[in-house]
Write a protein that binds this ligand. Structure first.
Ligand code: FES
Length: 149
């Protein structure tokens, strides 16, 4: 009798805890939320033309084309997979491994299920070429920054 009651109590605790975790994930979004704040994203001398590189441990990429340097989110606009870890990033484009969406190197949707382009962020480049991304400020997808010199 005691043993059965303890077992029942144990199962109640496990079930309640599991449900709480499940609700927390739904409410607080277990999916990554995207980059925030100011992020140091390497040096412009490491970016050829064209190039697009994921910034390690950040959900963003920096790219460079004939018009300059830019930064964009790697959070897929379909279901928020972080393509820094669950995708491929190259000057040829970005692929989400979760459900197969494809984006151009500038973040435009090539094929779904994603229906929206990737967000671009404000970039500044120091006189020494250090790239800084302000992930709290979005900019138009055509925005580019020219390196000094
Ligand atoms: S989350 Fe990227 S395709 Fe679904």
């Amino acid at each position: 009798m005691i043993e059965s009651s303890s077992r029942r109590r144990f199962l109640q605790v496990v079930a309640t805890g599991g449900a709480a975790v499940g609700v927390a994930c739904l409410a607080a979004a277990c999916a990554p939320t995207g980059p925030t704040g100011t992020i140091q994203a390497g040096n412009v001398s490491d970016l050829g033309v064209p190039s697009l590189k994921a910034v390690p441990n950040e959900s963003l990429a920096v790219g460079r084309d004939a018009n300059g340097v830019y930064a964009l989110s790697l959070i897929c606009t379909h279901a928020a997979c972080d393509m820094e870890t669950q995708g491929s990033v190259s000057p040829e484009g970005i692929v989400c491994f979760c459900h197969g969406s494809q984006f151009t190197a500038n973040g435009a949707v090539l094929s779904g299920p994603a229906g929206s382009p990737l967000e671009h962020y404000e970039v500044t480049i120091s006189a020494q070429g250090a790239i800084s991304v302000n992930a709290d400020k979005t900019v138009d997808a055509a925005t580019r920054v020219q390196p000094a010199g």
